[in-house]
Ligand binder design. Structure first.
Ligand SMILES: [Zn+2]
Length: 53
């Protein structure tokens, strides 16, 4: 999973909490089926803390 930061807040849709977000930081994760999705900073923290993927 890769954390990315933009210079400006950008809108995106978090694939984990299924919410539209606008933030500078987001994480791109690769799923088991080989596709990728984007998750928000909060979800990234939860995943890294050992929560549900
Ligand atoms: Zn999220």
């Amino acid at each position: 999973m890769t954390m990315t930061r933009s210079a400006q807040a950008e809108p995106f849709h978090c694939g984990r909490c299924n919410t539209d977000k606008k933030a500078k930081a987001k994480a791109v994760r690769q799923k088991d089926d080989g596709t990728t999705d984007v998750i928000c900073n909060g979800c990234y923290g939860n995943v890294m803390a050992g929560g549900d993927p």
